[in-house]
Ligand binder design. Sequence first.
Ligand code: ASP
Length: 329
Amino acid sequence: MVQTKKASIRVILGTGGTIAGRATAMADNVGYVAGEVAVSDLLAAVPPLAGLALEAEQIAQVDSKDMTFAIWRQLALRVAHHLERAEVQGVVITHGTDTLEETAWFLQSVLQPRKPVVMTCAMRPATAMVPDGPQNLLDAVAVAGSEDLVGVVVVCAGQVHRAEHVAKVHSYRLDAFGSGDAGPMGCVEEGGVRWFHGLPPAQGGAVVNRFQLDRVASAAVLPRVAVITSHADSDGAVVEGLLMLAEQDPTRRVRGIVVAATGNGTVHVALEKALLQAQASGVRVVRATRCARGRVIPGVRSSFPDSAGLSPVKARLALALDLMAEDSL
Ligand code: ASP
């Protein structure tokens, strides 16, 4: 019988964030600079990780509020590279909390990985008196060791969230993430991972979707999709401004608009009028709900499709990737 070598290496990719943040005073949990400490130093600060087969690579060093498509593209390429190595069991990504759910959804959508990609973060800087990053990193490495797990997940404060459901729900607390109605998919307890509903059976196929990745790799930018909010006293000014900008400078043409709509996907009548004009001029318009929980339930008549349960920021990505696919036809 041919013996295949068991995949045992976990690769840790650093992108910055508060987990790599530095403050001048150890009691300061908010006045820090994100993205300062190297990922190799983050690992060195977690003694129980010593002796494990880990590799570290710094992809970026940013505050994730400043995340860019260029970093996403590079990150996706490096994640794919490592996942395709037979000896790699999974990848962990250290990341800021602010746009973590967007990066998670981007990587899930583009790569559709068949090995674990575990994103983690911290709400307190590395220099804090009681930092949360080291425990989160330790937990993330444990989750990345789960042989049956596939896809992109987020580990924070002992909980595991699916990329599709995860959202930052608190601006300060250590358990800053939630999975809405779906709830977390599992938790990490003393290094052990407990899945609340089991894991879906593994399916065959490529480790990553190279077809989609190649498309992203050759793109200079993501098609421009704006997110705007429908609120009391809304008017069409923002949409009109976007259309005017496109007339003045075609390189800044908006291709899509996601409207963070009220309740079950309803849009202020004045904003709706402007959105209909935008749609008539070729701009794709999608409705997502601005509610923190729930989704737009089909059944209400509307001129705009809904986001199929995606939050406004994830719907922006879905629409941008869809436009990118359309462009390549
Ligand atoms: N602004 C930081 C970031 O997203 C916040 C954090 O990581 O908690 O990088």
